[in-house]
Every structure is written in structure tokens, then in C-alpha cells.
Design a protein around this ligand. Structure first.
Ligand code: ZN
Length: 366
């Protein structure tokens, strides 16, 4: 495990942000280094067919369940084509959530099985081939839910969609509900991967996916963290929702070079919404984080990490402790880096003021 200190955060900031500009509304987006290029290339090279194939292969789902790589690939092409080209809520984000959900299923498989056994009051001796297949169905449902969780996302948040009476808001109360509708109305009528399952198995997978996608709605953030599973179906649904929700927020815990790319894309989407609002709906208020002129990106990223990502990984600790520990460690590191950047931005501002007044220079801390 990484040993973490504030000094190590400072050292990382010094290395990755050596060319940082003094703009207070940047997480050092002007940095251009090999680490940045490599991080962006890694993110862009992952897509939904690739991520789902890798997940099903690594979890041995092609062996346990009657599905083939060809069926999966065809279905995931449909899913991927239904993602819009938003700066953040795009096919790469969908693929990233698949990869992270699959990693949790792999890394914490034993712990997750134990939870399912407890919920069904089963002993290890009673866990047989039938339970193994049901667990594989649960894993498949998690992967498919992750793949479809933001499909058709329009790139605006739910409050704004409602306020501007967006066409999506006329038929669905949230963007997540639109993703659920894609799954039930489009995917299920065209898919191949679930056709070889029994009707009862298909129903199980359908219920898990529907629940997990809907629970990625940030207004349900608190619900997803509550652990209240009794019985197989409830257990599968809550585990799936928590795993996908944690994966959805986990870019705040990625290695800094990667986390920074996601933060940049997320803020590009926020600012595009702010621009749209200012231009077409001047009657609506624009929150600070959506207004590119006043947004404080490091502060916003710190808020996201501490308010949403950390509590999610803390909740995950009870069911997927290895993923939770890795996530909390990443959050701690990235939060410290955000604080250092914020302090440096303040120092830069003060330095410019002092220079204008002819008052000399600040002592250097980094
Ligand atoms: Zn998402």
C-alpha cells in the first residue's frame, strides 16, 4: 500500500504541474506533459465493446453463462452508438465505469459472495453450481448496467433539463430514467446476450440492471449508500447499485494524471451548460461551478471528492473492502493535491497584487 504524506502530494504537484498557469479557475489544465498525454490516450483507448468483453472474459462469464463474445460485441456496439459526444458523459465514461465495476467484482469477489450467502442464510457448504450461476448473472447485470448507465445523457444536469423544458424532460423525469428507458424499450428488443437465459433468469438480470442504472441519479446518492439487503434479489440489486455508483464517482480517486483529465472533461461539460444557459435562458441563475468566468475548478473537485466520492467508498467498505481502501487512498491523495493547488493559486493572486503595488515577492514554499 502507498504510504501517503502531504509532502508526497506536494512533490506530485511540483512534478505534474511544473508549467501550471496562475489561473484560479484551472486544475492546471494548461499543463502539457507526457503523463497528461499518456493519461488521455489511456482513457480514449477504452470503449464499451472492449471494456465489456474484457470484463466478461476476466470474470469467466463466457464459460459460466451461455453468452458469446460475438453476441456481446453486437449488443455493445448498439449501446456505444447511443452515447452522445458530450465532453464527459460519453462512451469513454461508460467504458470507464464498466472497467471499474468489473475490477470491484474481481478484486472483492469473495467478500461479495459472502454478502450474498448471508442475505440468503446459506452456508459455504450450501453454495453450489446453482448459486455460482446466479452470482454470474449478477455480475453480468452489473457490467451491463455500468455500460448503459449514462446512455443518451444529453450533457446537462437534471435540474437544468427540467428548468429549460428540454425534450428529454418531457418524457423522462431524469437523464437516468432515459437510460433505463433505453434499456427496457430499445436494448431488450434488439439484444442477443440475454436470449439464451431462462425467462426467470432474464427477469432477474432485468431487475438488477433497471435498479442499478436508476440509482446512479445523484439525487439518490444517499439511498445507494444504505445497506439494507435481505433475500437474493434485494441483495443483488443493492450490491449492483453500490458497485456501479462507486465506479461512477471513482475518477476522483484515480491516479492524479488520469483524475485531472476527467475533471477537465467534467468541467468542460459544466461550462458548456453554463454557456447555453447564459445565452438562451438569461432568466435562469447560473451556479458558480457552471460559469466558466468564476468557477473554481480545484475547489469544485475537492468538494466532489470529499462530499460524494469519500462517503461512497466508506459505504463500499462493508461489501468490497479492497476497492474501498484503494478508493479512499486515491481520494486522500487527490484531495491533498487540490488543496495545494488552491493554496498556490491564492499565492499567485497575492503575488500579482504585491508586484503591482511594488511590494516585492512572496517567500517560496514549493
Ligand atoms: Zn456516469
Amino acid at each position: 500500500m502507498l504510504s501517503f504524506t502531504l509532502e508526497s502530494a506536494v512533490a506530485i504537484v511540483a512534478v505534474v504541474c511544473i508549467t501550471h498557469s496562475s489561473s484560479s479557475s484551472s486544475t492546471n489544465s494548461s499543463c502539457s506533459s507526457d503523463a497528461d498525454s499518456s493519461a488521455e490516450y489511456t482513457i480514449r483507448s477504452n470503449d464499451i465493446p472492449r471494456a465489456t468483453h474484457e470484463a466478461c472474459h476476466d470474470l469467466h462469464l463466457f464459460k459460466i453463462l451461455p453468452l458469446t463474445p460475438e453476441q456481446l460485441c453486437l449488443d455493445m456496439q448498439l449501446v456505444q452508438a447511443s452515447y452522445l459526444s458530450n465532453p464527459y458523459h460519453n462512451k469513454h465514461h461508460g467504458a470507464d465505469v464498466v472497467s471499474k465495476s468489473a475490477k470491484t467484482l474481481q478484486r472483492d469477489g469473495a467478500s461479495l459472495k459472502r454478502r450474498v450467502m448471508e442475505a440468503q442464510c446459506l452456508t459455504l457448504e450450501q453454495w453450489g453450481e446453482h448459486q455460482e450461476r446466479r452470482f454470474a448473472l449478477f455480475q453480468l447485470a452489473v457490467i451491463l448496467a455500468a455500460a448503459m448507465h449514462d446512455v443518451l445523457h444529453p450533457g446537462y444536469n437534471n435540474a437544468y433539463l427540467k428548468a429549460i423544458k428540454h425534450v428529454m424532460a418531457l418524457t423522462h423525469t431524469t437523464a437516468e430514467q432515459a437510460s433505463v428507458a433505453f434499456f427496457t424499450d430499445i436494448f431488450l428488443s434488439q439484444q442477443h446476450v440475454l436470449n439464451c437465459l431462462s425467462e426467470e433468469e432474464r427477469q432477474l438480470v432485468k431487475e438488477i440492471i433497471t435498479y442499478a442504472i436508476d440509482e446512479t441519479d445523484m439525487s439518490k446518492h444517499g439511498d445507494a449508500l444504505k445497506w439494507q439487503a435481505a433475500g437474493e434479489l434485494e441483495c443483488f440489486k443493492h450490491l449492483a447499485a453500490l458497485i456501479v455508483h462507486a465506479a461512477d464517482l471513482a475518477n476522483g480517486a484515480d491516479a492524479w494524471a488520469v483524475s485531472k483529465v476527467w475533471a477537465r472533461w467534467c468541467n468542460a461539460e459544466f461550462h458548456a451548460q453554463g454557456d447555453h444557459s447564459l445565452r438562451y435562458h438569461p432568466e435562469l441563475p447560473v451556479m458558480k461551478q457552471f460559469n466558466r468566468k468564476v468557477a473554481d475548478v480545484p475547489d469544485g473537485q475537492l468538494f466532489f471528492i470529499t462530499t460524494f466520492a469519500v462517503p461512497t467508498f466508506e459505504a463500499l467498505e462493508a461489501v468490497a473492502p479492497l476497492t474501498a481502501q484503494a478508493g479512499l487512498q486515491g481520494c486522500k491523495m487527490n484531495a491533498a493535491i487540490c488543496k495545494v493547488i488552491m493554496q498556490r493559486n491564492k499565492d499567485c493572486l497575492l503575488q500579482r497584487t504585491m508586484s503591482r503595488l511594488g511590494l516585492g515577492t512572496l517567500p517560496r514554499f514549493l
